[in-house]
Design a protein around this ligand. Structure first.
Ligand SMILES: Cc1cc2nc3c(=O)[nH]c(=O)nc-3n(C[C@H](O)[C@H](O)[C@H](O)COP(=O)(O)OP(=O)(O)OC[C@H]3O[C@@H](n4cnc5c(N)ncnc54)[C@H](O)[C@@H]3O)c2cc1C
Length: 803
């Protein structure tokens, strides 16, 4: 084994092998992959090898497409067969709702270039004769599903990596990792040490243990997973290979394995394996079978596919593999550690392994993953994702693997975990809560406790009328919203302004003022949107997306502030309430001696103000697009502030409102939000944020690329549409058609109660952005006429918020 390397990859499962290959492909030849046993000896060797392109996040779906398309190339480079069987696959719907979901999936696949097709039950039965038609109402056909040989794929990656210059070391365990002052690592192994500039944790089942070597507790958990292989089926003799099939009602998947069928299940009563530590002596091992546990799914399976129940079982496999709380991988550099990377929690190594290797290698070599990997970025989790939280969420996710997640559905596991001081007060007002980063926040308010439950649906739910009333209160009187679920940072010190001016695209505002600003990466793409509130010459308060706090912290480490400047995350130290609506000024003025008139405290002011007896930071800004104020207090004052505002608000017609109403009002205003309209695949001019980019203030991260985008105009345009919807609004990721062709995609959608129209925000090519007609948005499989708007549909001049 070498004693020096540019990068050491720990783990020779499919993921580690892919990372090693992609690193060599990206130009780093000096790579060592260290595996404690044989390659594949963790989860990889006993996988069913199924592969598919569909994922809830379109950007992860793209990486899955990349993975599947890579296998042929990999075979050519390595000379090793991947054992590919591209049989095509069908997903069977047993209910109308599932068929709606499949139609939505097909529609979403359109702008990703997937050739998905909705087919009738008869057509499905023709393609997959093992099914009993009685139980189904339709199906989705995907021509590029199938399965691979897990051993072959891993060997192919490893051979290709070796050909690219990597060294593969087997039967050698990494036992410790020691950081050097220059950011490099001593990788301590049973067979000697390697000094490496970079380390990748691709430890799969042992990724937690490898993380602990550097003081990191990764939110991953292994679940037991079982599949069985039947004896040969007479019906398959002489037939072409059967399609890969997912039966959502049975919660099972099945494919042909030689002359028999492989049938696996994500049972509801899933069982975690080794919840706290993974034993090192579990090598190329399996777990005892427990057919009892999956018996309910098998019963359904044998009913839905009768031929499978008529032959014996040749083999049962029970093996563990790891999941993150949301089921997507954990990839990227770890904040707080230099040159330490993870590629773990990959639950679908044969669909995702290639994409994970590609993104991580580009990140390491080029400094940027080259794709939008937010959905699998390790930084999407924060301190709340403890081992026990992960356990509850992973079990929930596993049991729901084949269940529909409705656009308005909130999942119950690990709740309530975090709450603010007014949680009980809001509950008493019949708040229906959502969970965001483990924090409870009100989505809407029901008329009574008995009705404080939302029906999950693709259509408008029982919340619709209540959300309408909440919007009306904001537009006509005043609404009160809890806004604690934002990320916050405080930047202080003599060089605070210069540093912020360098990492943000807009100018730092004057003292007492607010500025909105995008944050860009070097490629000029959006990696954040911030509200900068200048409290003092050397003190700036930043408000941003809470879910991205760790992501931002990592970025701030990369562009570290100079000595004397402190960047302090303080999300939960300041909790907040917002009052919005034409009467919000009168309400707040009745509680403070500070003059809030438009001349004394104009739009975008920010100041420390006493509200009643409560010291607060108050900004004149509102995401609703109406006159409004955001009031930030330390958590010990929030209850008093709530009592004060609701008490005084009664006279002004105050009504509580929640995240749902906020969402529809911000869409009416065309305001974007992180992870929907603002992501690292869009530039600021494309996203309509050009006015918040100050190209004249001097150098800042991404300036050159932003300048180029301004001059070229960018390729895309964020656009507002009104839609002739039925009783289902767009919710995100629906295709946008123009003149019969799919040209773009929806980022957010909702019913706009103030404008009484269904709304969608989405990206379309700049070339069609001026077209006045010919647009359609596909909702639940139906193309609905859509009208493009060149400005916000509500108060396009923005006069209400400046009033
Ligand atoms: C029964 C079953 C069926 C499955 N079916 C499918 C399927 O159909 N399709 C699909 O895509 N996925 C499937 N999977 C999931 C798939 O197996 C995983 O996604 C994949 O194997 C994860 O690969 P990995 O490289 O991350 O982890 P692993 O395979 O666990 O590899 C990690 C490697 O790291 C090594 N390692 C760990 N720590 C150290 C250390 N300190 N020093 C040296 N080496 C170390 C381990 O020995 C191990 O070889 C299935 C899993 C199971 C259990």
């Amino acid at each position: 084994m070498k004693s020096e390397a540019r990068a050491v990859v720990i783990g020779g499962g499919v993921v580690g092998a892919s990372v090693a290959y992609h690193l060599t492909k990206a130009g780093w030849k000096d790579v060592v992959l260290i595996e404690r046993g044989e390659l594949t000896c963790g989860s990889t060797w006993h996988a069913a090898g199924g592969m598919h392109t569909i994922n809830g996040d379109p950007n992860v779906a793209k990486l899955q497409q990349y993975t599947i398309n890579l296998y042929r190339e990999l075979e050519k480079i390595s000379g090793q067969s991947c054992g590919m069987h591209v049989t095509g696959g069908i997903m069977l719907a047993g209910t109308r709702e599932r068929l709606d979901w499949l139609k939505m999936t097909k529609a979403r696949g359109r702008y990703l270039g997937m050739e998905l097709e909705i087919i009738s039950v008869d057509e499905a039965a023709r393609l997959f004769p093992l099914m009993n038609k009685e139980h189904f109402v339709g199906a989705l056909l995907d021509p590029i599903e199938g399965h691979v040989d897990p051993y072959g794929v891993t060997q192919a990656y490893a051979k290709a990596a070796q050909l690219g210059g990597a060294q593969i070391v087997r039967h050698n365990r990494v036992v410790d990792l020691k950081a050097r002052a220059d950011g490099s690592w001593d990788v301590i192994t049973e067979g000697g040490n390697v000094h490496a500039e970079h380390v990748v944790n691709a430890g799969g089942l042992w990724a937690r243990e490898v993380g602990r070597m550097v003081g990191l507790e990764l939110p991953i958990l292994a679940m037991e997973h079982q599949y069985l292989i039947t004896e040969d089926l007479p019906a398959l003799k002489g037939q072409p290979e059967q399609l890969h099939c997912i039966d959502f009602e049975g919660e099972i998947y099945t494919r042909q394995e030689r002359g028999g069928m492989l049938l696996g299940t994500y049972e509801r009563a899933g069982v975690p394996w080794s919840p706290a530590t993974t034993p090192w002596d579990f090598t190329q091992s399996l777990l005892p079978n427990d057919l009892e546990r999956i018996a309910p799914s098998l019963e359904v399976g044998f009913e839905h596919f009768p031929a499978l129940g008529q032959v014996g079982i040749r083999k049962v496999v029970n093996g563990p593999f790891t999941f993150a709380p949301d089921g997507n991988p954990l990839v990227g550099p770890v904040g707080g550690l230099r040159n330490f990377w993870v590629a773990c929690g990959v639950m679908a190594g044969f669909s995702q392994g290639g994409g994970v290797g590609l993104a991580l290698s580009q990140w390491m070599v080029e400094g940027d993953p080259g794709a939008d990997v937010w959905a699998m970025d390790v930084a999407r989790y924060g301190d709340w994702a403890t081992l026990a939280y992960t356990n509850a969420k992973v079990r929930e996710n596993y049991s729901r693997r084949f269940r529909i997640r409705f656009p308005n559905e909130e999942l119950p596991a690990a709740r309530p975990l975090r709450s603010t001081p007014i949680y009980e007060c809001l509950k008493a007002q019949h708040a229906v809560f959502g969970d965001y980063c483990g924090l409870e926040h009100p989505l809407w308010f029901a008329p009574s406790a008995a009705e404080a439950n939302e029906t999950v649906t693709f259509h408008r739910s029982n919340a619709h009328a209540q959300v309408a009333a909440e919007c009306q209160a904001v537009r006509e009187a005043v609404g009160l919203l809890e806004i604690s679920n934002y990320g916050k940072f405080e930047v202080t010190g003599a060089g605070a302004e210069q540093w912020l001016s360098y990492v943000m695209a807009n100018r730092v505002p004057a003292v007492g003022r607010i500025a909105l600003t995008p944050m860009l990466n070097e490629r000029g793409k959006l990696i954040g949107d911030f509200t900068l509130c200048r409290l003092a010459p050397q003190r700036v308060f930043l408000i941003c997306t809470y879910a991205a706090e760790s992501y931002y912290r990592r970025w701030f480490e990369r562009h570290a502030p100079p000595a004397g400047v402190t960047v302090r995350p303080c999300a939960m130290q300041y909790v907040g309430l917002s009052v919005a609506g034409p009467r919000s000024r009168a309400l707040l003025q009745s509680l403070t001696r500070t003059d809030l008139s438009s001349t004394a405290f104009p739009f975008l002011s920010f100041r420390q103000i006493d509200v009643g007896m409560i010291p607060a930071l108050v900004g004149r800004i509102s995401f609703t697009g109406d006159l409004g104020y955001e009031i930030w207090v330390s958590s010990d004052y929030q209850r008093a502030l709530y009592d004060l505002l609701t008490g005084a608000g009664a006279e002004q017609g105050l009504r509580l409102f929640g995240g749902r109403a906020l969402n529809t009002m911000r869409i009416e205003k065309g305001f974007g939000t992180w992870a929907r309209e603002y992501r690292p695949i869009y530039g600021p001019y494309e996203a309509g944020l050009g006015r918040f980019v100050d190209l004249n203030k001097g150098e800042f991260v991404g300036r050159a690329a932003a300048l180029a985008e301004r001059d070229s105009g960018g390729a895309l345009r964020l656009t507002t549409f009104t839609v002739d919807a039925g009783d289902a609004d767009a919710s995100g990721d629906e295709p946008i058609w123009h003149e019969g062709k799919v040209v773009g995609w929806v980022t957010s959608g909702a019913y706009g109660h103030s404008v009484r129209q269904s709304l969608a925000l989405g990206y379309i090519p700049a070339a069609v952005a001026a077209a006045d007609s010919g647009f359609e948005i596909e909702i639940l499989g139906e193309r609905r006429r859509a009208q493009r708007h060149s400005a916000a549909v509500f108060d396009p001049q923005g006069s209400r918020m400046r009033a």
